[in-house]
Write a protein that binds this ligand. Structure first.
Ligand code: CA
Ligand code: CA
Length: 157
């Protein structure tokens, strides 16, 4: 699969570019990860220190305080899935860069999410939870933040 090989090469290149800045060149420190995200995935970069810490913990699967290439790749794979789900649903109505409430409803129904609201009030509650800045639309950052939080919860249980 040449596409996959190309994607892996890109990931390896961005990992190597940032991992060698301090300490071990085979892993990313918290600072290196934050630099990498801002440079390579500006849409997914956490906007405050608290979120950056949480995000780092999400990536650091074995909890050794650094992110290895394998940990980085599993994150990139998860991000790819999140992107695909988001793009598929966000393009149905209105702005393809945001999810409306109806699009969020469809997404929940079609992608067998672990959360299935049973009534309109639950849909509203869920949507408000996703819509971090309260502008009535869910952008990719808000969606990604939620999915990562969900992964964190699943991992703990
Ligand atoms: Ca680790
Ligand atoms: Ca919003």
């Amino acid at each position: 699969m040449p596409e996959l090989t190309k994607a892996m090469e890109l990931l390896r290149a961005s990992f190597n570019k940032h991992a060698g800045k301090d300490g071990n060149a085979k892993s990313l420190s918290k600072k290196e990860l934050s630099e990498l995200l801002h440079a390579e995935f500006p849409g997914a970069a956490p906007e405050c220190k608290d979120k950056a810490d949480k995000f780092f913990k999400t990536l650091d699967n074995d909890g050794d305080g650094v992110v290895s290439f394998e940990e980085f790749v599993s994150f990139a794979a998860a991000l790819t899935v999140i992107c695909a789900v988001f793009d598929e649903h966000a393009g149905k109505e209105g702005d393809p860069k945001t999810l409306t409430k109806k699009e969020v409803c469809d997404l929940l129904k079609n992608d067998s999410f672990p959360i299935q609201p049973s009534c309109q009030a639950e849909v509203d509650e869920f949507f408000n939870m996703l819509d971090g800045d309260g502008d009535g639309l869910v952008n990719f950052r808000e969606f990604g933040t939620f999915v990562l939080a969900l992964c964190e919860i699943c991992r703990k249980n």
